[in-house]
Ligand binder design. Structure first.
Ligand SMILES: Cc1cc2nc3c(=O)[nH]c(=O)nc-3n(C[C@H](O)[C@H](O)[C@H](O)COP(=O)(O)OP(=O)(O)OC[C@H]3O[C@@H](n4cnc5c(N)ncnc54)[C@H](O)[C@@H]3O)c2cc1C
Length: 479
């Protein structure tokens, strides 16, 4: 629903919003609405680039408290207007886009660190805080959140909660959902609820799990308590080069099954090693580049590193030493800097998938085959970036150079969506789960039914019960 600015109802709703947050925090200027109509999803970027209009919110509101948000929910229910939470706008799935107009609730004013509890090792903060600012605040006291994603400087804690984000150290320290202890949430009817203060209990189903990953479709998370950890005494990396991806994957899988608990493992396919790894780190070698690290007490780090090196030797990996590993760690964010990251006028997408070790290479091969065969003008590259004892995440990408992307916006969108469709269906058919940390948003909503089967009815039922007027972030998560 968009309300015409000429309509007196527009002024009525604006007045009510101003009554809640104050005039300076209700924006209706084109520039503000435009800034909140585009995130890191390729389609709206391309759409704008081709001179087309983007769907915009009617109001961009900056609340200062959960109470403000509760009152905004009541207005939205009364006028049946969408409410779209907005964090840093760095999502790649179109999750925060106001595709049906309505009220964008930009959370960045709610950015306070409320308590660092050194006995429990936890920090409580408002969710509009940029992840790096939270990390700096706990660093000052000798702690780390251990949540170090590549978008740490531009994404909010609320965004990571909403998308089940993953940082570079997730292999040991967990995905964002594993860091959460408790939440404060404003539900679509305006209730302000608090989940239990501890994350492990036997008091029925876990309320945290309903909201973590719900992408703003079931409410707005306003406060969170997450675990923190003493900054480790040592963190060391090492890299190996393998003749091919398959053998490197076997080595990586054995490392994870050994329960040595590396803090990071990353494996690049041959294509990405010779192009991307070389461009960013300067390592000019052919093969599959595998890097891993350990952190904690120095003696334990050295001991576990030794065991891990034995595993690599067993699979005939060429030892690139700690230098080869540090190259990656020191440049881990550079992969995403301008000049290294793919941008328009190229077309590109990250086919984020997670699968068990039994399935992961089949998923990779099936995706690569379908992209290579159906789109010979595209390149397919991949690396495996977040590892578990049972499997890992595939960060596969397709890239079309400028001359292979139609100039016409509709044709470009058609091409783009068709690549996603074929690659994602190939992944699902081979045991892949979409997805590991980018979330579903607008882009992948259409696959949710395929993924969950009848189980999706449970999510639909929850949505209907909690949000009967469908005000919360409509059009997302396939709901
Ligand atoms: C260069 C780059 C690198 C990236 N690297 C990583 C990475 O390493 N790891 C990773 O996980 N992701 C990464 N991402 C993706 C992106 O940063 C994440 O998806 C992040 O979680 C988005 O956070 P945000 O604050 O920008 O959220 P937004 O894009 O503003 O919103 C994302 C979703 O969260 C919802 N939302 C926001 N705040 C709240 C709230 N308080 N309550 C309820 N819902 C809310 C929105 O409605 C939307 O559905 C990267 C993106 C870029 C551009």
């Amino acid at each position: 629903m968009n309300v015409s600015t000429e309509d007196y109802m527009f002024q009525m709703i604006r007045t009510e919003l101003i009554d809640i947050v104050g005039k300076e925090y209700v924006n209706t200027r084109y520039a503000d609405k435009f800034a909140h109509s585009i995130d890191y999803y390729w389609i709206p970027e391309m759409w704008h680039d081709r001179g087309k209009e983007l769907k915009q919110a009617d109001f961009v509101v900056y609340p200062g408290s959960a109470k403000d948000i509760s009152r905004i929910m009541m207005i939205a229910n009364q006028y049946k207007m969408p409410v779209i939470p907005w964090g840093g706008g760095s999502g790649s799935q179109g999750g925060a886009l106001p595709v049906f107009g309505g009220i964008v609730v930009d959370m960045k004013r709610m950015n306070k660190v409320l308590e660092i509890d050194e006995k429990t090792l936890s920090v409580t903060c408002e969710t509009g805080i940029i992840a790096l600012h939270l990390e700096w605040a706990v660093n000052k006291k000798g702690f780390s959140t251990m949540h170090l994603p590549a978008s740490i400087a531009c994404a909010t804690i609320g965004g990571f909660l909403a998308h089940r984000g993953t940082g570079v150290l997730s292999t040991k320290w967990g995905k964002f959902e594993e860091m959460v202890m408790s939440l404060e949430v404003v539900t679509p009817n305006g209730d302000i609820i608090q989940t239990p203060p501890v994350p492990r209990h036997a008091s029925g189903p876990d309320l945290n799990s309903i909201f973590v990953g719900s992408e703003g479709t079931l409410g707005i998370v306003t406060k969170v308590t997450i675990k923190i950890h003493p900054i480790p005494e040592a963190r060391k990396f090492r890299a190996y080069l393998f003749s091919d991806l398959k053998v490197a994957m076997e080595a990586g899988a054995e490392l994870m099954r050994s329960r040595l608990r590396p803090c990071a493992v990353r494996l690049y396919d041959e294509e990405e090693t010779v192009h991307h790894v070389k461009n960013v780190t300067g390592l000019d070698r052919k093969g599959a580049y595998l890097v891993f690290g350990f952190d904690g007490r120095e003696q334990i780090v050295d001991l576990t590193m030794g065991y891990a090196m034995d595993i690599m030797k067993k699979y005939h990996g060429e030892d690139l030493g700690s230098k080869g590993g540090d190259l990656w760690w020191d440049n881990k964010y550079k992969f995403f800097y301008p000049g290294y990251m793919f941008t328009l006028p190229k077309a590109f997408g990250t086919l984020d998938t997670v699968a068990t070790f039994s399935n992961i290479l089949n998923v990779y091969t099936a995706m690569k085959k379908v992209v290579n065969e159906e789109y010979p003008q595209a390149r397919f590259i991949g690396h495996f970036s977040h590892w578990y004892e049972w499997g890992c995440m595939l960060y596969a990408r397709f890239i079309f150079e400028e001359d292979a992307v139609p100039k016409d916006a509709v044709e470009a969108a058609e091409l783009y969506n068709s690549v996603w469709d074929k690659a994602i269906r190939a992944a699902i058919a081979n045991g892949g789960v979409i997805n590991e940390h980018h979330g579903v948003g607008l882009k992948l909503g259409r696959y949710m039914k395929d993924m969950y089967g009848n189980g999706f009815k449970i999510l639909q039922g929850l949505k209907k019960e909690m949000d009967p007027n469908n005000i919360m972030n409509p059009g997302k998560l396939g709901l």
